[in-house]
Design a protein around this ligand. Structure first.
Ligand code: NAD
Length: 480
């Protein structure tokens, strides 16, 4: 039997007790890395109690000391950058350079949080009447929770934990049951950085554990990142229990290629956007709309790239794309390829025939052309290495088709024309817009989230939004 994956409560490994378990794999080899508990409610209650007890002392610790913990944490993450990247590759499958970049994007958020004393400063307005002044300051909420998806085991927990705790809250992370291991190492390093025991706790589990957290009377706020139906469920349920919620959901990202785009750079960016991390990114390019003559060169060049893509274990230097997360997910992606064919799209390159290792959950990259907006491969999130190409005569028509999507996470235009870029930026319905950028992920000092069904809530992840989300404002009016 595989090893049980322990919770981490008050920085101690806590043996799980559950009636349902899942297996955690290395998706590149199929090797089982451990058994993860799905319904350990006792651990949820213990973690909430521990976080609640840690709150008084932590919220009373000076903001400068909390920020200094972030400086020390940043240094430790840098020192363990490669080790963390290897952990991500092992449990997720993405190639090592991708995993390294992921950890780097997480470190950025720690750097943002180290600046918390500037961000959390209050406001004062003297003289609102004779002898009367008003001041506003931010106070932490208490115990908050983060529920994260499988596809960024390091970065997404790091979107949440640093801003939440530097603001004085205590935290419970419920990582994805498919990639739960990296988060435990992130927590060990946090303790080493001087964050007291109990300030951050990791509880493993599946949907029942999530529901327990959403309804727990002590939990004040919920940060969620995952698929769209679950984001909606989390938003509605947590709000019904009176909690503050930010729920980042799924995506279907459109990329528009103009005839004047730089061909080489566009093909490079599209290849990495569509097939990088095996398409398992919320910012993955899923549909390309070729405008006018761009259709003449785009499909052929992308087909060549797909054919030459090296697929294999993420630790090998020459490999460009790793496996999918599970065999069942690979089968789901294959069903989308079959659906695309049935719906009449032209399968230009078939990833099912691509050379891939025999072990593990691999699938090669696929490319469709002649895709129509109403087809399921143009509308639904596949979350795999499948790129759909459409044609439109001009930019307004391309934007109109992209805006029919119910999602609005990110969208990119490839062009050398400032006017086209500006039109796109002003008319596309997406929260994160790229101009000649394949994955337009904002740096940590800006808010991260999509529009429409890609996001439920108000305040986004990271940037100053994160600090507003994790604090309450208190306004005091004084007459002396
Ligand atoms: P998922 O929705 O299956 O799981 C996310 C989390 O929710 C996990 O911790 C899981 O345990 C929990 N969960 C799953 N089903 C649940 C249920 N019925 N009730 C309560 N909790 C439940 O998502 P995933 O497959 O791990 O991640 C991929 C998805 O996340 C994709 O749709 C992707 O677009 C999205 N994503 C979005 C962003 C963004 O910024 N918008 C970023 C990364 C990933």
């Amino acid at each position: 039997m595989a090893k049980h994956i322990a919770h981490s409560i008050a920085s101690e490994a806590v043996e799980p007790h559950a009636s349902e378990w899942d297996q955690v794999y290395n998706p590149a080899t199929g090797e089982v890395l451990g058994d993860v508990p799905l319904d350990d409610f006792g651990a949820v209650d213990q973690a909430v109690k521990t976080a609640a007890e840690a709150f008084a002392e932590w919220s009373g610790t000076s903001i400068l000391e909390r920020a200094r913990c972030m400086f020390r944490y940043r240094d430790l993450l840098e020192r363990h950058h490669q080790e963390l990247a290897e952990m991500v590759t092992r449990e997720h499958g993405k190639i090592l350079s991708d995993a390294y970049n992921e950890v780097g994007r997480g470190i950025e958020v720690v750097e943002l949080a180290a600046g918390a004393p500037s961000i959390l400063k209050g406001e004062i307005l003297p003289g609102v009447a004779t002898g009367v002044e008003v001041f506003m300051l931010r106070v932490p909420l208490g115990v908050v929770t983060g529920i994260t998806p499988f596809n960024f085991p390091a970065m997404i927990p790091l979107w949440m934990i640093p801003p939440a705790i530097v603001s004085g809250n205590t935290f419970i992370l419920k990582p994805s049951e498919r990639t739960p291991l990296t988060s435990l190492r992130l927590l060990e390093l946090l303790t080493e950085a001087g964050v007291p025991k109990g300030v951050v706790n990791v509880v493993h589990g599946g949907r029942l554990v999530v529901d327990r957290l959403l309804s727990h009377p002590v939990v004040r706020a919920v940060s969620f990142v995952g698929s769209e139906p679950v984001a909606k469920h989390v938003y509605q349920t947590a709000a019904a229990y009176g909690k503050r919620v930010q729920a980042l959901g799924g995506a279907k990202n459109f990329h528009v290629v103009m005839p004047d785009a730089n061909r080489g750079r566009t093909i490079d960016a599209l290849t990495s956007s569509a097939f990088g991390s095996a398409g398992e990114r919320c910012l993955a390019g899923a549909v390309v709309i070729a405008v006018g003559e761009a259709g003449d060169w785009l499909t052929e060049a992308m087909a060549q790239r797909a054919e030459s893509l090296a697929v294999g274990e993420g630790t090998a230097a020459s490999v460009e794309m790793g496996p999918l997360i599970r065999a069942a997910h690979r089968d789901r992606v294959v069903r989308y390829i079959e659906r695309g064919q049935r719906e009449g799209a032209r399968l230009v390159y078939d990833g099912r025939r691509h050379p891939v290792p025999a072990q593990g959950f691999f699938l090669g990259p696929s490319l469709f052309d002649d895709v129509h907006p109403e087809m399921s491969i143009a509308q639904e999130e596949i979350f795999g290495p499948v790129l759909s190409v459409m044609r439109q005569p001009n930019l307004p028509a391309a934007v109109e088709v992209a805006n029919r999507s119910r999602f609005g996470n990110t969208a990119t235009i490839y062009t050398q024309s400032g006017a086209a870029a500006q039109y796109f930026r002003d008319h596309i319905e997406a929260g994160m817009v790229g101009v000649n950028i394949g994955v337009a992920a904002p740096v940590a000092w800006f808010p991260f989230a999509g529009w429409k069904d890609s996001f439920y809530g108000d305040l986004h992840a990271t940037g100053t939004d994160a600090f507003l989300f994790y604090t309450e404002r208190r306004v005091t009016t004084t007459r002396w």
